[in-house]
Design a protein around this ligand. Structure first.
Ligand code: PLP
Length: 431
């Protein structure tokens, strides 16, 4: 039995929860028939140029033949096998690549299934590390405002208490420490005052801190902001000085999005723990990875109970690992730096007309990320329809209208995308 489009939409509306939506009053959803390259094809035949890379993940475009082939070959051999007591080539190949590519010193790999769980794993590692060392009082976290680290419970506790989407759960969450959000932009002149709030908190609380957790350079869903590399360098130095671990949440930034393979490279620092997700499989399968230093691995193993206490059912899924290897190799074999740089330049020019609009607060671009911040939240249903009508897929949230296209997008398509954005944002200003 196959439903026609109308029936499909009715069923969807009646029974399915979409991300952050109401059951009573859901906004319209658009049914997708297929997607290929930078285009999403709707069931009515319309094609949309994709400005979102499906939330940072589809860096090579949709249905890339190399990735599809990797999945098919792996599916014919081994779709899944438990990771307790067993191992396989896709997991080992991927781990070798990740150890090789990530900042120096990160050489213990833990696979899990989503970004939020990677954050949970990283935070558990930090807590268990200090327990093992006989310092259980070091079990809290310090972060910065405007951050976003996922939807699960401990991840929520370090999301921005206001913009992080989880304030209604505040009563159920541990209360951690929030430094002022970094103010100095990526391209601005560094100002020493920017680190003062963070420095004061770590100085006062280091005895109870297991780790600092933050998104390096690019703050994603908590505000789409780009801060100065010197801020990150100072965080690293302060963590070293006060014996606090540093967790870099690179779930959104990993694999080139900010112009570097990993955003930590902008500051030339290595964290003690790094979380990877989103673009890890080129947007084909859900997969995340946490890498830690040898010191953390040894610390945890030397203590009681001597093992790291985590192990998801689908850990190291062979399909996901195999396609991640294929995606990373595809990226490394491409001229991705040049492409991301070209996208950055084109976004800067293409979005610049928004700078002159009275209802626009800021326009900022870094790597293949372009952000237009409005004075007021967008009218979601109206603006979504306006984008679809213009043949592009852009999904704003709150006051933010932003683009993060697949790296393979040609200049002509990107021009259509930025033009549509400028026009739709201009209309948004008219009441
Ligand atoms: C998306 C995101 C997460 C959560 O990842 P999910 O796969 O959605 O669970 C965590 N941290 C950052 C920085 C993210 O952008």
């Amino acid at each position: 039995m196959s439903l026609d489009t109308q029936q499909l939409l009715e069923f969807d509306r009646k029974f399915i929860w979409h991300p952050y939506t109401s059951i009573e009053n859901p906004l319209p959803v658009y049914p997708v028939e297929s997607a290929s390259g930078v285009r999403i094809r709707l069931m009515d035949g319309r094609e949309l140029i994709d400005g979102m890379a499906s939330w940072w993940s589809v860096i090579h475009g949709y249905s890339h033949p190399v990735l599809v082939q990797a999945l098919q070959e792996q599916a014919a051999r081994l779709c899944h096998v438990m990771f307790g007591g067993l191992t396989h080539e896709p997991a080992v190949d991927l781990a070798r690549l990740l150890v090789d590519l990530t900042p120096a010193g990160l050489n213990r790999v833990f696979f899990c299934d989503s970004g939020s769980v990677a954050v949970e794993v990283a935070m558990k590692m930090a807590i268990q590390y200090w327990q093992s060392l006989g310092r259980p009082a070091k079990n809290r976290f310090l972060t910065v405002r405007s951050g976003y680290h996922g939807d699960t419970f401990h991840a929520m506790s370090v999301c921005d208490p206001v913009t992080g989407m989880h304030h209604i759960f505040a009563g159920n969450l541990p209360r951690y420490l929030f430094a002022d959000r970094p103010q100095v932009g990526f391209h601005d002149q560094w100002d020493e005052a920017d680190i003062a709030s963070f420095a004061a908190l770590i100085e006062r609380h280091h005895d109870e801190l297991s780790a600092v957790i933050l998104e390096p350079i690019v703050q994603g869903a908590g505000g789409m902001r780009f801060y100065h590399p010197e801020y990150l360098r100072r965080v690293r130095t302060l963590c070293d000085h006060y014996d606090v671990l540093l967790i870099a949440d690179e779930i959104a930034t990993c694999f080139g999005r900010s112009g570097k393979l990993f955003a930590c490279e902008h500051a030339g620092i290595s964290p003690d723990i790094i979380c990877l997700g989103k673009a890890l499989t080129g947007g084909t399968m859900t997969l995340a990875a946490v890498l830690a230093t040898e010191k953390i691995g040894e610390g945890i193993s030397a203590g009681d109970p001597g093992v790291f206490m985590h192990g998801p059912t689908f850990m190291g899924n062979p399909l996901a690992c195999r396609v991640a290897v294929a995606s990373i190799n595809l990226l490394l074999a491409s001229d991705w730096q040049k492409r991301v740089l070209a996208i950055e330049q084109q976004l800067r020019e293409g979005l610049s007309p928004c700078r002159d609009m009275a209802h626009v607060l800021d326009v900022r671009v870094l790597g293949a990320i372009g952000v237009v911040e409005l004075q007021e939240p967008v009218r979601m249903e109206r603006i979504q329809a306006a984008f679809v009508q213009r043949g592009v897929w852009v999904r704003p949230f709150g006051r933010l209208v932003y683009l993060m296209p697949p790296y393979c997008m040609e200049a002509a398509d990107l021009a259509l995308l930025t033009l549509a954005l400028v026009e739709v944002v201009a209309e948004e200003g008219k009441t």
